[in-house]
Design a protein around this ligand. Structure first.
Ligand code: PLP
Length: 368
């Protein structure tokens, strides 16, 4: 009997680091330090260096990062924000949360915002665009920025899935006005809880973001603007500092496993493999294939003990909260044909081979 292969297992990822993580917790418990402090400062320095972005601001999670970015750019009622139709709901939800209008844009066959269509959706009310580096693959930022810059439209990069992706040497989150990252536990760099990060090259935006996420106060009890609490937990910052020491090795492992998948699947009839996943502008967050047999393949792999996931089963505009708008043919097609295969640093090569063999068997039975 073959051992099952879950889509993602978080426990083994932390087994090697358990002693260090526990030691961090013990130290903070002993000190009684749970908000701010040197772990948060150390995380800022590490992130600034790694991302090559002059200002980084840790925060509570990626959704807050996006909402704070909109608020820092003073986007609100009467403004329109263009968002891709295929993404995690946060990207669109935050636009509604600040009282602005979401204008959905269809995606290309990789699931990234269709830049030509985006250009056609720009109106006098368009204040910002939120390109999403979906599955870890960066949107072609030069092309997008040529349009937005010429029209004075702000760009907030949703880099929640793209930590570790670099386009022509520039990190995801370094190219728009503001970058937003998530350290949700399943991300390539995940906290042991919720955490996020904002990035900007603009010192005035940095100042505003820091005020917004700390009750509008630069100094205790001096509230300069209306803000809220979206500070990162000290404990999560400390865990991220520990986990970052493995990040580069984990990325290499992801890329090696992605290559193995490609070697086995790229010529298989009936399957489209992810494009450019081995390039630096993709962080190999997810290995997504496209097939017309998606649901049958998912069920077959499930019977064989192989876990898969669907990112995402519905385009966001189709959902009830967004009014059920349906006119997004590419996003709709991807939502019924995309399947994410297991890909994480603790997956073994023989497990990837087994997933591929099962996929090959499935298609040889179907297609003859
Ligand atoms: C594309 C995208 N945007 C935003 C988010 C929100 O991040 P978080 O879960 O940290 O709030 C996520 C992560 O789940 C995401 O994948």
């Amino acid at each position: 009997m073959n051992r099952s292969i879950p889509f993602l297992e978080l426990a083994p990822m932390h087994a090697d680091l358990a002693d260090e993580l526990k030691a961090k917790f013990a130290k903070l418990l002993e000190k009684g330090l749970f908000s701010g402090g040197e772990e948060v400062e150390a995380l800022e320095v590490t992130m600034q260096e790694f991302l090559g972005i002059s200002h980084v601001i840790p925060c509570a999670n990626g959704t807050d990062a996006l909402e704070l970015a909109l608020r820092a750019l003073e986007i609100g009622p009467g403004d329109e924000v263009i968002v891709p139709a295929l993404t995690w709901v946060s990207t669109a939800e935050v636009v509604k949360m600040v009282g602005a209008e979401v204008v959905f844009c269809d995606v290309d066959t990789d699931g990234l915002i269709d830049i030509k269509q985006m250009e056609n959706l720009i109106s006098p009310s368009t204040k910002a665009v939120i390109p999403v580096h979906l599955y870890g693959k960066m949107v072609e930022m030069n092309q997008l920025l040529r349009i937005t810059r010429s029209m004075g439209i702000k760009v907030i990069e949703d880099a929640a899935q793209a930590f570790g992706a670099f386009q022509q040497g520039k990190s995801a989150g370094a190219l728009g006005e503001i970058g937003c990252f998530s350290f949700y536990p399943t991300k390539n760099l995940g906290a042991l809880g919720e955490a996020g990060l904002l990035s900007t090259q603009d010192p005035l935006l940095e100042e505003r973001l820091r005020l917004l996420l700390n009750h509008g106060q630069a100094q205790r009890d001096r509230h300069e603007i209306i803000g809220r609490n979206s500070r990162i937990d000290t404990l999560q910052a400390a865990f991220l500092n520990v986990k970052f020491s493995c990040f580069k090795a984990w990325q290499q492992k992801r890329k090696a496993l992605a290559k193995l998948y490609l070697d086995h699947l790229q010529h298989l009839k009936g399957v489209v493999v992810p494009s450019s996943i081995l390039q630096s502008a993709h962080n190999a967050h997810l290995f997504t294939i496209q097939t017309d047999e998606r649901d049958a393949l998912k069920a077959y792999l499930g019977e064989k003990g192989i876990g898969t996931a669907v990112h995402y089963p519905l385009p966001v505009p189709v959902m009830q909260a967004f009014g059920g708008e349906k006119d997004f043919p590419v996003a709709s097609k991807l939502s019924i044909s995309t399947l994410s295969l297991p890909l994480h640093p603790y997956l073994r090569e023989d497990e990837v081979r087994r997933v591929c063999e099962e996929i090959q068997l499935f298609f040889s039975a179907r297609l003859g």
